[in-house]
Design a protein around this ligand. Structure first.
Ligand code: ADP
Ligand code: ASP
Ligand code: MG
Length: 610
């Protein structure tokens, strides 16, 4: 007998017939001798409909930050109704075929969360009631996506309803699986499993039988909405076995593999320690090309030439420039490839006004799980470096790692500052944590391609080049709980920098207001916003073992005449910002470049119905 958590997404329970189909699957699992806890989403597009209604009755004038916060509380009350409809219906459907069942909403179960509306993190799930109902032979049907806020004064659950953020039912399911120590958490959806990309855009996307947690975390946080990234974080931290399958088929689906035994604390499910180690790599040289023309093909030409000579480029950062029509690109390479890289770079005729080389650099990184969703972690890293008087030259972020390029001479004090801030051990650079399989040459270095159309870009211009500025800018956003990624910092001349990053489009107005408020105090210039961009990314844990992967991505875009406006890389991913109207084409050409398509089209039953 196994204890199984099954989560059914919106399309799997979209109407009465689908609810009955799901009921049959649950019944079959119980009849096979298992105990089953079910977590469900709202039916079909119910949540979108509720959001639409909220917008229709809300003021559309520029809202203050307090007005936004007030609206968020009522929004949670509204959105939480969607899942409640499904649990009641599914439980009735089970009872109708003689299967004892009980429906419970988030507050009845006590899925206790932080007191932050619309994006609450789960603190703990009370397992006792669930276990008691299971012991009575019942299927427990729980509303996903919702919880009840903790009262910060008493430390006890309050009566305030919270939601976890769109797509959050996956996270509810894995959290519940961790709390009741389930044998497996099965996520049922409308595709056969995790694919190389979204089959609604590339129908011949291919199934992956397995994917590592690290890769899945990146893919999910870079826009592959098949899983809520926080669900993968919990699975990784608590060693929850997880798979993704279709609720229309009996196929095995995709297994999410985790290299570790869970060590998390069940009393703080989603607010565990997220920084696990710090590492420093002194084997780095930084090359920067300033003021190169902003047109398709430049990045491709540069990185292809470097890849052709076998030069392993590590971090790449390209940022927008205040001066229209030009960009800066900076990248790091290992010390022993400097001479060759310098010859290649200087020999290229791509119109850079200046090429600079700096061998006095080191890359310091913090490694953990789920840092993007917690803007406070990056802010704390930047603040601790600033307090030690250390200037940050380049920044690169990913879901599992934040790296800063600093002067090598600052290395030791940087390590000390970060160890103190996060109370973590130092790991040698080589021992860094990304799980990959160096020996499997048949695994494509690129496992998946993701598109995020819900991002907007913000550039803060003329930021004084002194320690602490990146931290101060981030702090404004942290205060309003705004998550950002793809932070890139470029130097437009000797005294000022530009810091650009992407935020969720829904947070754009809030972020702009917050940043503009502090422009004078902090001494930076204009804050420019662009909501018309998308982010396309490739992910693969084996990318680090091959040179030229980024170059191939840039070439594919250049060949399709797609301009890259920002680049950010880490060991496990490369992301490019492109114009939104070219986003789908960008995804298709990249998927094609890495030969990721299979030989048949994937059916998405819920899309066929429309
Ligand atoms: P659910 O309602 O079951 O939670 P979602 O709509 O949240 O389902 O997620 C499933 C959808 O995710 C699929 O229909 C597909 O369009 C999309 N998707 C995006 N990227 C991928 C990917 N790499 N693999 C599988 N599905 C993906
Ligand atoms: N119903 C919620 C949403 O649509 C949560 C979920 O489906 O995961 O975002
Ligand atoms: Mg979903």
């Amino acid at each position: 007998m196994a204890l199984i958590v099954q989560k059914y997404g919106g399309s799997s329970v979209a109407d009465a017939d689908r609810i009955k189909a799901v009921r049959d699957r649950i019944k079959k699992t119980v009849d096979a001798g298992n105990q089953v806890v079910v977590v469900v989403s709202a039916m079909g597009k119910t949540t979108d409909g509720l959001v639409g209604l909220a917008e229709a009755v809300s003021a559309n004038h520029n809202q203050s930050l307090t007005e936004i916060a007030a609206k968020e509380r009522e929004m949670d009350l509204l959105l939480a109704t969607g899942e409640q409809v499904t649990i009641a219906l599914l439980s009735m459907a089970l009872q109708a075929v003689g299967q004892p069942a009980i429906a419970m909403n988030g507050s009845q179960v006590r899925v206790v969360t932080e007191p932050y509306h619309t994006r609450a993190r789960i603190l703990y799930v009370e397992p006792d009631q669930i276990k008691a109902a299971l012991a009575l032979g019942k299927v427990v049907v729980i509303a996903g996506f919702q919880g009840v806020a903790i009262d910060p004064e008493t430390g006890e659950p309050s009566t305030e309803i919270t939601t976890l953020g769109r797509g959050g039912s996956d996270t509810s399911a894995v959290a519940i699986a961790a709390a009741i120590e389930a044998d497996i958490c099965e996520i049922y959806t409308d595709v056969p499993g995790i694919l190389t990309t979204d089959p609604r855009i590339v129908p011949k996307a291919q199934m992956l039988a397995e994917i590592t947690c690290d890769e899945m975390l990146e893919l999910a946080s870079l826009g592959a909405k098949v899983l809520h990234p926080r669900s993968v974080e919990i699975a990784r931290n608590f060693g929850v076995k997880m798979c993704v399958r279709s609720s229309w088929l009996d196929d095995a689906g995709t297994v999410i593999t985790s290299p570790r035994i869970g060590t998390g604390n069940l009393k703080s499910l989603e607010v565990n320690r997220f920084v696990e180690t710090v590492s420093i790599d002194y084997d780095q040289v930084k090359i920067a090309l300033l003021q190169i023309p902003d047109r398709p093909g430049i990045a491709s030409q540069l990185f292809k030439s470097l890849a052709d000579r076998g030069i392993n480029v590590d971090l790449i950062i390209q940022a927008v420039q205040e001066t229209e029509g030009v960009n800066d690109i900076a990248f790091t390479i290992p010390q022993n490839q400097l001479q060759l890289a310098e010859v290649v770079t200087r020999g290229l005729e791509i119109g850079a006004s200046l090429v600079t080389v700096d061998s006095n650099v080191a890359k310091i990184s913090i490694i953990g799980v789920g840092m993007i969703g917690r803007p406070g972690v990056a802010a704390q890293m930047f603040t601790s470096l600033a307090e030690a008087g250390i200037n940050i030259q380049m920044i690169s972020t990913s879901e599992i790692k934040i790296s800063c390029v600093i002067a090598a001479t600052d290395g030791e004090s940087a390590i000390a500052a970060i160890q103190k801030a996060f109370n973590v051990p130092v790991r040698s650079h080589q021992a860094c944590e990304i799980t990959s399989d160096e020996n499997s040459s048949d695994i494509s270095p690129v496992r998946g391609v993701a598109l995020d159309r819900n991002r907007a870009r913000i550039a803060v211009q003329q930021v004084p080049d002194r320690p602490g500025m990146a931290a101060k800018i981030l702090e404004q956003l942290v205060e309003h709980n705004i998550s950002l990624d793809m932070i890139v910092q470029s130097q437009s001349d000797r005294d000022v920098n530009e810091i650009a990053f992407t935020v969720a489009i829904a947070d754009l107005a809030k972020a702009e207001t917050a940043l503009k408020q502090y422009a004078k105090v902090l001494g930076y210039g204009e804050v420019s916003c662009d909501g018309d961009i998308s982010k396309v990314s490739i992910v693969g844990a084996n990318m680090i073992h091959q040179s030229g992967i980024a170059a191939r991505m840039f070439s594919a875009l250049a060949d399709a005449d797609i301009n890259i406006e920002m680049i950010a890389t880490s060991e496990i991913k490369v992301s490019c910002v492109v114009r939104d109207h070219q986003a789908e084409q960008a995804l298709k050409v990249i998927h094609q470049e890495f030969n990721l398509s299979g030989d048949h089209a994937i059916e998405v039953p819920s899309a066929l119905k429309k």
